[in-house]
Design a protein around this ligand. Sequence first.
Ligand code: NAD
Length: 407
Amino acid sequence: MTHPLKLGLIGTGGISRRHAISMKDLHDRGRDGFGVTAVCDVNEAAAQERADQFAELFGSRPTVYTDYKVLLAQEELDAVDICLPHGLHHGVTIDCLEAGRHVLCEKPLGITIKACRLMAEAAERTGLVLSTGVPHRCQPGQRAAHWVFNESGLMGEVRSFFHSYTRPPAAPANTSAPVPERVRWRRNRLMSGGGPVLDSGFHYCDSMRYFFGGLDTVYARALNAGGSFEEAPEDTVFVTLTFKSGVTGSWTWSLAAPGAPARNVTFYGTQGSLRDTTQTPFAIFHLFERRLGEREDGELQTSDGKSYSMAELEQMHLDSLSADARERLFPGGADDGFSIEIWDFLEAVRGNRSGPEVDAWGGLYSLATGDAIYESITTGDVIKVDDIISGARSQYQDPIDEHWGIQ
Ligand SMILES: NC(=O)c1ccc[n+]([C@@H]2O[C@H](COP(=O)([O-])OP(=O)(O)OC[C@H]3O[C@@H](n4cnc5c(N)ncnc54)[C@H](O)[C@@H]3O)[C@@H](O)[C@H]2O)c1
């Protein structure tokens, strides 16, 4: 495909604004040949606002729609970027694929494993690209951490990790004010698929799979301690994770722990440790997070007394790459995860790579960790993640599938 790619954006709420900024970042780096020509949201004001943003950034205003089926019927588009609430991902994605459009879908790919499977099968049936949006594994810090664990040999063989985070509950909301829609749908399990474990936690589940490969088992307990997520299934979670590679880790956090906040995010190998010291409360979900204009922070310490900063590790990782690999992982020198994931998708659509970094099956496997956590919370059992992937265990997900009529 050599012509400039025409994209549609469906769902123009919070995160779509960030997608627009990253598309501009790509253009500024000479990674262009694409543009958003149509936007769609049931909230027309939100769609108009996003169209204004594109006009300001790129000098041309996309056409505004309030019904994605009309957009699909009227617009000549190569691909669609979907930024909708989780329960809508599968239906809209499958409609877009059936209408001949490649799809980049925000995380989590589908609301349940069965929903993801339907999406993956639709991509295979139509022969089109379906990419799962996972910007955090694309960030330089996580790319460097992946290199440290799997290629550098700097800390020996990774054996374990200890991740914990606690903070006091947010101040009580003004109960007379209406709950914003972006919060309301997240509190409804039938639309969100779950609470923080599946929302921001999806990034964590995907990153763990990126670092250490497939999971073996999960054991989890959750509390709703009455913090800021009063209608969500959990605000406090304790998880033990084991990987097929032999790595064992714990992920424990509370967004409702009174008193002093505390945080520890450390990976241990046979010859050293890597600690994430990035000053962001989201490190427990996003790991080595770099926001625009900020750097990830971290320190690797070896048993023989050497230490490396995150900046040094990122540079060592870059120096280890061929020119081709550098362009694939950091196109045009991009260091923003959203820019990198969007370019990866576009390159897959153009046929310049065999598929996106995280395709639909990858999205399904990453979701399986989150659903295994909920299955364990629901049943009290240790859960084999393969049983979630195969559908052998689905007590937690069954009511959600039933609600959406997913077989
Ligand atoms: N990658 C990240 O770091 C990240 C961060 C935040 C959100 N997300 C993901 O992005 C997606 C959207 O999240 P958000 O925070 O932007 O939510 P949001 O509530 O701010 O935006 C969702 C938009 O979808 C619109 N919408 C709802 N139903 C629609 C329909 N049938 N047709 C068209 N538009 C419709 C809503 O009006 C709203 O404007 C979710 O999957 C979320 O998990 C990813």
